[in-house]
Design a protein around this ligand. Structure first.
Ligand code: SF4
Length: 189
């Protein structure tokens, strides 16, 4: 958990520096990132978010878990409707993350133009959110290099899996992770 906290802190610092270069400001944005369907891929981040849920006041925790259930149930309705609904993350209250300190990596990195180098040497890139396009035209910066952060998280995940003997494939939204956590957290405590 300490290693993950350190990695997150480094992400936050670099994100802040590069977003200032672009002049990226989320204030007043009408397209809250937290309504996007982020998938998380590490059990390590699940455990970290679980710490945040445990630290929350019982009433907040209960509300988050109730909202998570609604979101996960909506996924099933999407299958019937044949379309993807825009669903707000159950942890977001009035536009703000209630578990901000414990939010997963993609919540921290979304928005900025970025690139990363795959293990085979190929380069992948993303253009960032809609607010960035105007600033990007006047900014020579080539975006945030996510490679050290992906590599760092992969190393932590490897060690967590070895330590716990965890072998399952992991790909879950925050709502799905919270539903799994509801089996581990006593919401009455
Ligand atoms: S965990 Fe927090 S930052 Fe991430 S999508 Fe949910 S509300 Fe937003």
């Amino acid at each position: 958990m300490e290693r993950l906290e350190d990695l997150y802190a480094r992400m936050d610092v670099e994100y802040g520096q590069i977003s200032r270069l672009y002049g990226l400001d989320c204030e007043g944005c009408d397209d809250n990132c937290c309504s996007q369907r982020f998938h998380h891929h590490t059990f390590a981040e699940y455990l970290y978010l679980l710490e945040g849920l445990k630290a929350a006041e019982p009433e907040l925790r209960e509300t988050i878990l109730r909202r998570a259930r609604v979101v996960v149930e909506s996924y099933a309705h999407e299958l019937q409707a044949g379309e993807i609904f825009k669903l707000m993350c159950p942890v977001n209250f009035n536009g703000l993350c209630a578990l901000y300190k414990w939010r997963p990596m993609i919540c921290r990195l979304h928005g900025l133009p970025h690139y990363f180098i795959m293990p085979d040497g190929s380069r992948k890139a993303g253009s960032g959110c809609h607010r960035i396009s105007a600033a990007e035209k006047t900014t020579p910066h080539h975006g945030m290099d996510r490679t050290p952060f992906y590599t760092g998280l992969a190393g932590i995940e490897k060690d967590v899996r070895e330590h716990l003997g965890y072998r399952e494939r992991f790909r879950k939204t925050t709502a799905q992770m919270l539903m799994d956590m509801s089996l581990e957290v006593d919401i009455e405590e």
